[in-house]
Design a protein around this ligand. Sequence first.
Ligand SMILES: Cc1cc2nc3c(=O)[nH]c(=O)nc-3n(C[C@H](O)[C@H](O)[C@H](O)COP(=O)(O)O)c2cc1C
Length: 382
Amino acid sequence: MRFFTAGESHGPGLSVIIEGVPAGLQLQAEDIDLWLARRQGGYGRGARMQIEKDKVEILAGLRDGITLGSPLAFYLPNREWDNWKEIMSPHPGAKAERVVTRPRPGHADLPGAIKYRHRDIRNVLERASARETAARVVAGAVAWRLLKELGVEVLAHVLRIGPVAVARELSLEEIRRAWESPVYCACPVKSQDMVEAIQQAKEKGDTLGGVVEVRVSGLVPGLGSYVHWDRRLDGRLAQAVMSVPAVKGVEVGEGFKLAALMGSQAHDAIYYKKGRGFHRATNRAGGLEGGVTNGEELVVRAALKPIPTLRQPLPTVDLFTKEPVEATVERSDVCAVPAGAVVVALMVAWVLAQAYLEKLGGDHMEEIGERLQAYRDYLASL
Ligand SMILES: Cc1cc2nc3c(=O)[nH]c(=O)nc-3n(C[C@H](O)[C@H](O)[C@H](O)COP(=O)(O)O)c2cc1C
């Protein structure tokens, strides 16, 4: 499976093409809209989220709510296009208004303008903007739908926003309900503290980052491989998660904490019981050993930096005059960590769906179901 996206933040809309989705997968616009709504939710999002109620349009690859095995094509209109169509017109004669020449630190603005020789930084920020993650959510939601069919559950929640962190163990039930929290945090007490931290940051014209966690259960052992660097599932997950804008750190299982432990404390002893098979009492490895799933829950965490567009902007330098100025202020979120949890979860789902198809092959969901059952039978025989 692979996907491509195209579209500028203030262009007509975003396009997504997904290839390699098997035939026979039940899929509806609501499956995707659910995740689009979650991406737009979360306390701390800016005014744009009120304007942009994303609803996906399905253009190809689906008939009667079932995938055909042909490429899937989707379109997500940008609701603000009417206000931008003269400035963002694809045709010669586009209005040279709202030109951006003051690069924002922490964005692709300066390196992007240097690289592509743009004289208006808008040509960079329109594509580098996290609006692009809405298109990824479309692809990721299809992967999530496929995984659901294979008995895999993907959960995500927010562990930290700025100084407020969840320190206690959370039950699976609590994590399942995290979407009900205004910041997608599974702990109601910390959830409230996080909302307050965002409010305070907003009053100061500042922004906040945080940490999100993805937990995936129901995975079979044996996804990914240790045989080549680019087939290791840990590496593939890290790439996919790190590619989400604002993500600056990725860890699997206990991740960075393991560095401080003795080997005897860091690994998960192996046990065997008839009927249950191989299993562990701990899961510090986060479900992956040697780049291969080991049948335990997959745990991936990502650290997001605070949003770089600030209402009280940082110093920068004008691209042309080279004079010191304040960075451009585009309309912006105060905290995108809850939305980031959605995007990170779906990037994880995407990589896992790919890994399943590599493991099982098959062109129709029935065929994949049969192969999964055969593999489960083999696992049960161990
Ligand atoms: C869902 C989501 C929403 C975001 N919204 C904003 C935003 O409103 N304003 C902003 O300056 N950055 C926002 N960001 C972060 C920037 O897109 C990101 O920091 C920037 O593109 C630079 O990329 P990098 O941080 O990965 O280096 C958002 C990120 C995500 C994941």
